[in-house]
Design a protein around this ligand. Structure first.
Ligand SMILES: [Zn+2]
Length: 186
């Protein structure tokens, strides 16, 4: 018989799993045409935008991700949320990489829109990202390798690009084999 603490942990895990599945069901999955479209710049920094950002942060947390682009919730606007460290979630609107270091690193990436897939992707290890916060104020982030990887991934989503486009042929084939049965079942 498991100890009390163990039972409690299992219940919490089950709740987190259920939350995660519900969140993923609200995130566009591979095969959805929205994921292949180019998002448009945001012009109005209004309550609708801030509500969208709040919703995306909740979804990112519940889905246990570290980044989520508007495209992934079917909104073709240039913004994403990300959380590269313990300092809490950030949102950036109309993001642009203004500096990109020459050094790159290949590491495995997953994506909330490509469940069950992890592929190696080469990314610059340092980028400087500029844009606006949801109130229209200028923001600038100088990012470490992990943060740089996340924002390059999310920025790709705003241009309809996904990790399967960035990986090598062998891993792409493997990933597509994982994704195909799911696409047919939808
Ligand atoms: Zn993604």
């Amino acid at each position: 018989m498991p100890e009390q603490g163990q039972v409690k942990t299992d219940v919490l895990d089950a709740q987190e799993d259920a939350k995660r599945r519900l969140a993923l069901a609200q995130i566009r999955q591979y095969g959805d045409p929205a994921l292949r479209l180019i998002a448009h710049p945001v012009e109005d920094f209004d309550d609708d935008l801030r509500r969208l950002v709040d919703r995306m942060i909740v979804l990112m947390h519940e889905a246990q991700g570290v980044g989520l682009a508007a495209t992934q919730v079917g909104v073709l606007r240039r913004l994403f949320v990300f959380e590269p460290d313990e300092d809490g979630p950030r949102a950036i609107v109309n993001p642009v990489i203004v500096e990109r270091g020459e050094e790159t690193l290949t590491d495995e990436e997953g994506c909330l829109s490509l469940q069950g897939v992890r592929v190696p992707v080469e990314r610059a290890t340092s980028v400087v990202l500029e844009g606006k916060d949801p109130n229209g104020e200028d923001v600038r982030y100088e990012l470490d390798p992990y943060g740089s990887r996340i924002v390059q991934h999310e920025l790709d989503h705003l241009d309809g690009v996904m990790i399967i486009d960035r990986t090598d042929d062998e891993h792409r084939k493997e990933a597509l084999a994982t994704l195909r049965p799911r696409a047919v079942l939808r």
